[in-house]
Design a protein around this ligand. Structure first.
Ligand SMILES: Nc1ncnc2c1ncn2[C@@H]1O[C@H](COP(=O)(O)OP(=O)(O)O)[C@@H](O)[C@H]1O
Ligand SMILES: [Mg+2]
Length: 315
């Protein structure tokens, strides 16, 4: 297992009666991004905590950065950085003081610490806000500060537990760029996420976690091939127009009750134009159009035949 940055076999963990991880096998090649994709409660944080030595597994073999997690937890700790779902940022300190604290804990010399802190603050676009208390930071700034703190001593393996959950789209993009930058430098990243598009953008390989088991694993392309593509939903003012449109679009499925038509469609501009042109030429008026991209629920439906519990609850 020594060529892998991370290798886990037969990992089990129960809290009391509740089996949270039920035999997990996974490997992550060096200098790649691995995304563990799963809904709330799937066991993502639990596996991150086990791999990063915070809690022990009940069973299984675990190696991180060439060290055995059980036998050499200190060695593992020295080789990893962890950014948790809940931030390690101290609100009372400024951004600069937060990063400096870590540099001091890692025994950087005075000058080296100052240079490293400035470099990291600059890299994550935090120089301007560096001397404000972290309590005044936005969610996206806090996540970036947290990541800067994780990177002080350039660990070769980094765990990012839901780094963008709760962030607005712009902050997500900034975080994605920061993560891509790390990969380009040769860091190995173990990422957890609830978003298919995030895993798709960032990961070399994706594993889908469901009820403590990995139910699918592969490259983003392999995974998406198993998931039905996106679709466009068209809504109409009357049953007559709905039927006229359905006659024009062979691949569509009609929902008579909602006066809606679902058309398999990748959402690309060219094909949307063709779709609308077909309807216009046929003299059919569309009231409303919406584009649906495949998401976690579609993945779950494809690989487990069932919806996520959240999707079920919201139905
Ligand atoms: N310390 C703990 N004690 C008891 N149950 C726990 C503990 N930590 C996690 N769990 C349970 O394990 C399951 C998986 O949790 P978690 O790993 O946090 O999932 P995720 O990060 O995918 O949302 C959940 O049902 C959670 O309630
Ligand atoms: Mg979690």
């Amino acid at each position: 297992m020594s060529d892998w940055a991370i290798a886990a076999g037969g990992v089990r963990k129960a809290f009391g009666e509740a089996v949270v991880l039920d035999g997990i096998d996974l490997t992550v090649a060096e200098r790649t991004v691995f995304a563990l994709l799963g809904p709330n409660g799937a066991g993502k944080t639990t596996i991150v905590r086990i791999l990063s030595t915070l809690i022990p597994a009940d069973a299984g073999e675990l190696r991180v950065a060439g060290r055995d997690v059980g036998a050499d937890p200190d060695g593992v700790r020295a080789a990893i950085g962890v950014t948790g779902q809940f931030s390690a940022v101290d609100d009372l300190l400024t951004g600069r003081e937060n990063v400096r604290l870590i540099a001091d804990l890692k025994h950087f010399g005075r000058e080296a610490a100052r240079a490293r802190v400035d470099e990291l603050l600059g890299r994550f676009d935090l120089l301007e806000a560096a001397d404000r208390p972290a309590s005044t930071y936005s969610g996206g700034m806090r996540r970036r500060l947290d990541l800067a703190m994780t990177l002080v001593d350039s660990p070769p393996v980094i765990f990012l537990d839901e780094p963008t959950t709760g962030l607005d789209p712009r902050s997500r993009r900034t975080m994605w760029e920061a993560i891509r930058g790390l990969v380009a430098e040769g860091t190995t990243i173990f990422l957890t996420t609830q978003y298919l598009d995030e895993a798709d953008h960032l990961a070399d390989r994706i594993a889908v976690l469901d009820h403590g088991r990995i139910v699918a694993e592969g490259t983003p392309a392999e995974l998406k091939r198993r998931v039905p593509g996106g679709h466009v939903e068209l809504e109409f003012a009357s049953a007559t127009t709905l039927r006229a449109a359905a006659d024009l679009l062979e691949a569509a499925t009609a929902d008579e009750e909602r006066l809606a038509l679902r058309v398999p469609e990748d959402g690309g501009v060219a094909s949307l134009r063709r779709l609308l042109a077909t309807l216009e030429e046929g003299g059919v008026e569309v009231e409303h159009i919406s584009i649906h991209r495949p998401d976690l629920d579609d993945v779950f439906f494809a690989v487990t035949g069932g919806a996520t519990e959240e999707a079920l609850a919201s139905r």
